[in-house]
Design a protein around this ligand. Structure first.
Ligand code: NAD
Length: 258
């Protein structure tokens, strides 16, 4: 028996990275998965491979959410799980950040998460209840220079998570947030996007770098975040809602002087 047998879960930004690993794991655990992304070719290929349905969804566009809900319902009859995973990162000092750039990050990370809750929660309630997992970041719990727009939106996702958990509990929907530290995806390891780049060498360098910063001595893997998403989507977390879950190898545990 799979941990998600009989569940229908929509995962945003699922064409690659953490979302891809969540889609793979959820399908292995018996869920019907709706892979949603703006990377149509990659998303279609993945969906075909794991027996899922792909839908084009720009999370910042409300009309796209209505389409995605319609596609999921016509394929599987209902939706009872959502993982708001899509996100973007921009590096800039606050004083150098153009308003357009700030708003672009807000539109994807923060508005996207809000629209996901707004458009999918009524469907989950109609299905008799379920789960929403929002992807924040360790920068939702602390500051980090040069990623001010990103950190602001990830802090906002924790606020949305807590309020949604309170408002939706009576509709039998649990809402939690994941706060990953550095994870080996294209976001932290852009060499993965460069066909001529050496993502494996870059991973070794990242493990070395984070080996000095993180108690567990390496960068995290997207499969590890997928397992947390599974825990928060399945029955193993049945009495948990409204909480942030840090998955960062101990990075936020304290300051090291060694
Ligand atoms: P990634 O860049 O590999 O994946 C992000 C995915 O989101 C991509 O498939 C991308 O196409 C998709 N996406 C971007 N804009 C979108 C939009 N408007 N609509 C729909 N999809 C869109 O990086 P990842 O690490 O897999 O990121 C997943 C989530 O984890 C993000 O929310 C990110 O902020 C968060 N996160 C990542 C790290 C890290 O170190 N990798 C750390 C903390 C949090």
């Amino acid at each position: 028996m799979g941990k998600l047998d009989g569940r229908v879960v929509l995962i945003t930004g699922a064409a690659r990275g953490q979302g891809e690993q969540e889609a793979r794991l959820f399908a292995e655990e018996g869920a019907e998965v709706v892979v949603a992304d703006v990377l149509d070719d990659q998303g279609e290929t993945l969906a075909k491979e794991i027996g899922a349905r792909y839908v084009h969804l720009d999370v910042g566009q409300e009309a796209d959410w209505h389409t995605a809900v319609a596609v999921a319902k016509s394929a599987y009859g209902r939706i009872d799980g959502l993982v708001n995973n899509a996100g973007i990162l921009r590096f800039n000092a606050l004083l150098d950040t153009p308003l357009d750039e700030f708003m672009q990050v807000v539109q994807v990370n923060q508005v996207g998460c809000f629209l996901g809750i707004k458009c999918v929660a009524p469907e989950i309630a109609a299905a008799g209840g379920g789960t929403i997992v929002n992807t924040a970041s360790y920068t939702a719990m602390t500051g980090m220079a040069a990623v001010g727009t990103y950190a602001a939106t990830k802090h906002a996702i924790l606020g949305l998570t807590r309020v949604a958990a309170m408002e939706l509990a009576r509709r039998r929907i649990r809402v939690n947030a994941m706060c990953p530290g550095a994870i080996d995806t294209a976001m932290s390891n852009p060499a993965q996007l460069d066909p001529g780049g050496n993502a494996e060498d870059m991973l070794k360098a990242l493990d070395e770098l984070y080996g000095k910063l993180v108690p567990l001595g390496r960068i995290g893997r997207p499969e590890e975040v997928a397992r947390l998403a599974l825990f928060l989507t399945g029955e193993d977390s049945s009495y948990i809602t409204g909480q942030p879950f840090v998955i960062d190898g101990g990075w936020l545990a304290g300051v090291s002087v060694l």
